[in-house]
Design a protein around this ligand. Structure first.
Ligand code: AMP
Length: 182
């Protein structure tokens, strides 16, 4: 099974992805985690991405598509994966379609977590990540609305898209997601 988890920053995509991956035996692929590791390790990718991430903007499509292509072609991911943080633009979604086709993978199912801005900001401020300052949060929400929210429409015509309202405990939301995937 191939899954994509969409939703605004702070909606709980990371937490839910880890749980779903564990329960369904999928590889969890988080582009944010891959980039944060590159920053910590001081790799050329990390050096390039750091400033962009700190401002809440998006790393280029070209770089991100390269990363995801390598990640999903890997043997471990071949058996099933959940993409967390990708695609974040229509262009990334189009490129992902091409990569999935060329690898002969079934189309991915999409989980779309929704949440009110107020709650998103509250959660992000409580997380204490380096890019969770008030100013960066504002920009990340704007970037989400402008560039990432339309990605849902890219899938609604051709994939199963499940909307999940993200208010509730971690396990309640997780149950809701597992239920729609049955
Ligand atoms: P996340 O952990 O998913 O919130 O990602 C943290 C940051 O990494 C984002 O604010 C972006 O700067 C960058 N990033 C992660 N995934 C992508 C992507 N698919 N496209 C562009 N930038 C990304």
């Amino acid at each position: 099974m191939y899954l994509i988890i969409l939703g605004p920053p702070g909606a709980g995509k990371g937490t839910q992805s880890i749980l779903i991956a564990e329960k369904m035996g999928l590889k969890h692929l988080s582009t944010g985690e891959i980039l944060r590791k590159a920053v910590t390790d001081g790799t050329p990718l990390g050096l390039k991405a750091k400033e962009v991430m700190d401002s809440g903007n998006l790393v280029s499509d070209e770089i991100m598509v390269g990363i995801i292509k390598d990640a999903i072609s890997d043997d471990i991911a071949r058996k099933g994966f959940i993409l967390d943080g990708f695609p974040r633009t229509i262009e990334q979604a189009r490129e992902l379609d091409k990569i999935m086709d060329s690898l002969g993978y079934n189309s991915a199912k999409v989980i779309n977590i929704t949440l009110d801005d107020e709650e998103l900001v509250r959660r992000m401020l409580g997380r204490g990540r380096k890019d969770d300052t008030e100013e960066t949060i504002k920009n990340r929400l704007k970037v989400y609305k402008d560039q990432t929210a339309p990605v849902k429409e890219h899938y609604s015509s051709k994939s199963a898209v499940f909307d999940i309202y993200g208010i509730g405990s971690i396990s309640e939301i997780n149950d809701k997601i597992l239920e729609v995937l049955q």
